[in-house]
Design a protein around this ligand. Structure first.
Ligand SMILES: *Cc1c(COP(=O)(O)O)cnc(C)c1O
Length: 415
């Protein structure tokens, strides 16, 4: 029996149900993953008890010698992974990391230029409902009718806007991001280049997507998406002056005590990211989503931009009688978790949409390969072809539950 099981059965039971849900549905949300049990052990460790405001060897509390060691180890491992000079591993999330970057480098109402939310960007890239669109004067670029970033267009917009910072990186974009080209655009208007690689970081460290270094001035990421570590954020740079500003903006600027237990988990995650097996994982992530794209194309579905270079695809239902929301619900009933997503030429509301986003990182972490992704692709098409057939959805849910049970990732819910 675990302590939780003995002391708080109510929470224990909910966590058990969540484990069951994670293992018996097919998790295909592109931003999700299954972290390593060793990462979860570190996150559940005694470091949750420790206050360690400040940075290694520069703390505001006593007793930080081991917090120092684990944070320094996380920083050193992260710098080695990305071949960069400075890193901050304290951001509580990707959004907090981005807030710290802006706070460090901008004044209120400075101009930022980022990718539009409905075109694949993130809320924190200047969306009006986000602090990034409220505290700064935000402008956006998007994708063309084929779903691709038109870099000439970005350059034109930058020339008119004259932003202080250009944000590149996305949450729903299936093609390679040309960081060199973004650098040229930033240079042409004297802007700082900020790369947010929250989605693709795991591919970058494996050499499966070009690195934002040396082009970007500052780089942020999450650690829980393709990196497969604990939930959290990180910021990296090669510029010492920027590094110092970032450190100040995280603490004391925006956060209090760092989550040392999560930083320990980040260090463990970075250890896995540095192993030869990591390259195999990243290659498999890409191979798997390609198989899925090919099956859906063969079955008559439109993939935005015609395919993918990374870990995700966007499927467009612009020419279909059903919406992204309908597809999301039908696939959910069939045991496949995806999310609805706006697509180029969108004519439905953001709550309905005409597309879905599908990713391969989580199922690849569970050990699935091309053969399984082929089966899943056919099942997705079966559901979509007959989208109102709830009996079929139930039947497929049972079949996929059986498939998923061959790929059990965790033996228990608590590590
Ligand atoms: C997910 C994501 C974030 C935010 O991460 P959270 O941890 O959810 O705050 C930031 N930028 C991009 C591009 C993302 O995809």
């Amino acid at each position: 029996m675990t302590y939780l099981q003995q002391e708080d059965k109510a929470v224990f039971d909910i966590i058990e149900k969540e484990l069951d849900r994670q293992l018996h549905h097919l998790e295909m949300i592109a931003s999700e993953n299954f972290t390593f049990p060793a990462v979860m052990e570190a996150m559940g460790s005694v470091f949750t008890n420790k206050y360690a405001e400040g940075y290694p060897a520069k703390r505001y509390y006593g007793g930080c010698e081991f917090a120092d060691q684990v944070e320094q180890l996380a920083i050193d491992r992260l710098c080695a992974l990305f071949d960069c000079k400075f890193a901050n591993v304290q951001p509580h999330s990707g959004s907090s990391a981005n807030a710290a970057v802006y706070t460090a480098l901008l004044k209120p109402y400075d101009k930022i230029l980022g990718m539009d939310l409905s075109n694949g960007g993130h809320l924190t890239h200047g969306a009006k409902v986000s602090f990034s669109g409220q505290n700064y004067e935000s402008f956006s670029y998007g994708v063309d009718e084929n779903g691709l970033i038109n870099y000439d267009k970005v350059a034109e917009i930058a020339k008119i806007v004259q932003p202080k910072i250009i944000v590149c990186g996305a949450s729903a974009y299936s093609r390679t991001i040309d960081f060199k080209r973004f650098r040229e655009i930033a240079d042409s208007v004297g802007a700082i280049l900020f790369a947010d690689i929250a989605h693709i970081a795991g591919l970058v460290v494996a050499g499966e997507h070009p690195s934002p270094f040396p082009y970007a001035d500052v780089v942020s990421s999450t650690t829980h998406k393709t990196l497969r570590g604990p939930r959290g954020g990180i910021i990296m740079t090669n510029n010492e002056e920027i590094a110092q500003k970032i450190n100040k903006s995280i603490f004391p600027g925006m956060q209090g005590g760092p989550l040392v237990h999560v930083i320990a988990g980040k260090a463990v995650g970075f250890h896995y990211n540095a192993q030869p097996a990591w390259k195999e994982y990243a290659k498999q992530v890409k191979a798997n989503i390609k198989v899925l794209a090919d099956v859906l194309i063969a079955r008559g579905y439109d993939i935005v931009s015609g395919g993918t270079d990374n870990h995700l695809i966007l499927v467009s239902f612009i020419n279909k009688p059903f919406s992204g929301k309908d597809a999301d619900l039908a696939l959910g009933n069939a045991g496949i978790t995806v999310n609805k997503n706006t697509v180029p030429g969108e004519h439905r509301s953001p709550f309905v949409t005409s597309g879905i986003r599908i990713g391969s990182p989580a199922l690849t972490a569970r050990g699935m390969k091309e053969a399984e992704f082929k089966i899943i692709g056919e099942k997705i098409a079966d559901v979509l072809d007959d989208i109102e057939n709830t009996e079929l959805q139930k039947k497929i849910a049972a079949e996929l539950k059986a498939l998923a049970s061959n790929f059990i990732m965790y033996e228990k819910s608590i590590y």
